[in-house]
Ligand binder design. Structure first.
Ligand code: XMP
Length: 318
């Protein structure tokens, strides 16, 4: 019978035999899959695993630093690469959702390729691909593996893709990955993290992306997500986030008329992201969250809650 412990034991032995003392590169995303893959490989080959964690400037507030600290605390050999400017510059003036994704995918490959050349004599590329990714080919889990998969047919193959590929989670479903992660001693909070799309906040800012809009959305998102945690709602929700709408609306502050931005909050229940229902969050929570956002985040004067299910609405707005 399959148990997480036996999976870890067998897989670590297999990885050792397969890789020997060759070097492996792995792109960490901060998500569950790439993290579990990294810890498994680290257990098998230790310092021969070289992890790369890229900041695309579109992560949640403070996420780059806090996740990097967490990885270092876990003993992983990880290099944080802050390429925010490169990503944001490449997105300038772009408002088409698919072109945003393409730009982010392209820059990710450039950055990852540059970084992988710095790891001398690397022979392997490890990915946190899980079974649903294999059958679906388009990953809903976000992060480097998703980006790589959806972009590897654009132009010539980047050099790092000439590496041999190792995907230790290929046969597992998400809940099994979480159980393997727990058996490896990975922090519960990390294992319970909501999915987050590879293109990050870029597809939650409708229309073109500016640094100012990213900063506004990071604040709004942090208030919403921290609120869900404080109210004990985070683990009851499959995924949550905020969308910055390309709409200004009239408001009033003191005796002043304002004309500012509107954000939509979204929280869904789902098992795999293929279908999803909006979550009936308590009115008191929505009331408090809306007040906090409007009072604390400059430039936002209206908050709405998305009550659409998938299908026909998607989870993300772009
Ligand atoms: P949708 O919006 O299609 O989202 O209902 C389903 C799941 O997929 C995530 N998502 C993405 N993940 N790159 C990713 O890595 C993407 O371009 C992308 N688009 C959507 C979304 O967050 C949800 O979990």
């Amino acid at each position: 019978t399959w148990t997480p412990d036996s999976f870890v034991e067998t897989t670590v032995a297999e990885l050792k035999a397969k890789i020997g003392d060759e070097k492996v590169i792995l792109g960490l995303s901060g998500g569950v899959d790439s993290t579990v893959a990294a810890v498994l490989l680290h257990k098998a080959i230790g310092k021969h695993l070289h992890c790369i964690f890229v900041n695309n400037g579109l992560l949640r507030k403070n996420e780059f630093q806090s996740v990097l600290d967490q990885y270092e605390g876990m003993g992983l050999n990880v290099k944080g690469v802050d390429a925010s400017a490169r990503f944001l510059d490449s997105l300038e003036g772009e408002s088409d959702p698919e072109r945003k994704r393409k730009a982010i995918g392209r820059v990710f490959i450039e950055v990852f390729d540059d970084e992988s050349h710095l790891v001398e004599d690397a022979k392997w590329l490890a990915q946190g691909t899980i079974y649903p990714d294999v059958i679906e080919s388009v990953s809903a889990t976000g992060g480097p593996s998703a980006t790589i998969k959806s972009h590897h047919n654009v132009g010539g193959l980047p050099d790092y893709m000439k590496l041999k590929v190792v995907e230790p989670l290929r046969m597992l479903f998400k809940d099994e990955v979480r159980r393997v992660g727990a058996s490896l001693g990975i922090d519960k909070e990390l294992l319970g993290r909501h999915p987050f799309p590879g293109p990050g906040l870029a597809i939650r800012i409708l229309g073109d992306i500016t640094r100012e809009k990213v900063a506004i959305l990071q604040e709004v998102d942090a208030i919403f997500i921290n609120g869900l945690k404080e109210w004990g709602l985070y683990d009851k929700v499959w995924q949550a986030g905020a969308m910055l709408l390309p709409v200004n609306s009239v408001g009033v502050m003191g005796d002043e008329r304002t004309y500012e931005k509107c954000v939509a909050l979204r929280a869904v229940e789902s098992t795999d992201g293929m279908t999803a229902d909006w979550v009936n969050l308590p009115y008191e929570f929505l009331q408090k969250t809306s007040n906090d956002i409007i009072n604390k985040v400059r430039g936002v004067n209206r908050v709405v809650y998305d009550i659409s299910s998938k299908p026909p609405a998607t989870i993300e707005w772009e």
